[in-house]
Every structure is written in structure tokens, then in C-alpha cells.
Design a protein around this ligand. Structure first.
Ligand code: THU
Length: 132
């Protein structure tokens, strides 16, 4: 059976290393090639060194040779769907257009899907560094 983005994010969340926050997050991105890449949050005793699930999924995608994201799915055990942090919105926008759907889900089955451009309007990208 073909794994969905949702299944992949839910499964990788189980591997999250979150002994400090106790908040496990799973992320899955579909790249333009159609492949699914996953990541989970990996915390550290030196707290700022921890990494988000989305960052892990992006790193896995790039390591696999893909650089364009067509769909994002993030899941956590919370009452409401958890939106990606500001840093992860920026990381996603490096590889995903404003139209790319970002689905935020709870382990209980609630979902909210929003285009990346709504999560990060007026994003900074390489085009902003062009001269006048
Ligand atoms: N976290 C993520 O992995 N992704 C998000 O979008 C929000 C927050 C992680 C970071 C940290 O390990 C834990 O959730 C609590 O902030």
C-alpha cells in the first residue's frame, strides 16, 4: 500500500527525540519527484541546538537529491493543529512556493491546511538581494 504524507509524518513522529519539551513533532514533505521525505524534532541538552521536524525533513529531501517541495504535512499531539515556527516557515520557503499547501495536524485527527504564502507573507528570498 502506498504511504500517504500523513502516514509518513505520523510514523516519523514516533522517533522524535524530545526529552526536554516532551513535545514530539513529525514532518513529511513531498518533493517534485513525488518522493516523500520525513523528519522529526531532535532536541539537545544545549537547548538552542535542537532542531525542528521540518528542518529534518528538508535536510532529508536535499540529501536525497531533491530541492522543490510540492506539499508539507506536520503533526503533533496538541489540541489544535500546530503551525510551523517562524524559522521553519523561512526554511520551507527556500524550497516551496507560496501556493504550496501546508497541512497541520493533531494526532487526534484535526487538520488545517494553509498555503505557505499565508503562513509567511512577504517572504525574504534570493530575489530580495538584487540591486535596484
Ligand atoms: N517543533 C517542531 O519540531 N516543529 C514546529 O513546527 C514547532 C516546534 C519542536 C521544537 C521543539 O523540539 C519542540 O517542538 C517544542 O518547541
Amino acid at each position: 500500500m502506498r504511504m500517504t504524507l500523513s502516514d509518513a509524518a505520523r510514523a516519523v513522529r514516533e522517533n522524535a527525540y524530545a526529552p526536554y519539551s516532551g513535545f514530539k513533532v513529525g514532518a513529511a514533505v513531498r518533493s517534485a519527484s513525488g518522493r516523500i521525505h520525513t523528519g522529526c524534532n531532535v532536541e539537545n541538552a544545549a537547548y538552542p541546538q535542537g532542531t525542528c521536524a521540518e528542518a529534518g525533513a528538508i535536510a532529508a529531501m536535499v540529501a536525497a537529491g531533491d530541492t522543490r517541495i510540492s506539499e508539507v504535512f506536520v503533526i503533533a499531539d496538541a489540541a489544535e493543529p500546530v503551525p510551523p515556527c517562524g524559522g521553519c516557515r523561512q526554511k520551507l520557503s527556500e524550497f516551496a512556493g507560496a501556493e504550496v499547501p501546508v497541512t497541520m495536524a493533531t494526532t487526534g485527527g484535526r487538520t488545517l491546511t494553509v498555503p505557505l504564502g499565508d503562513l509567511l507573507p512577504y517572504a525574504f528570498d534570493s530575489g530580495r538581494m538584487a540591486g535596484e
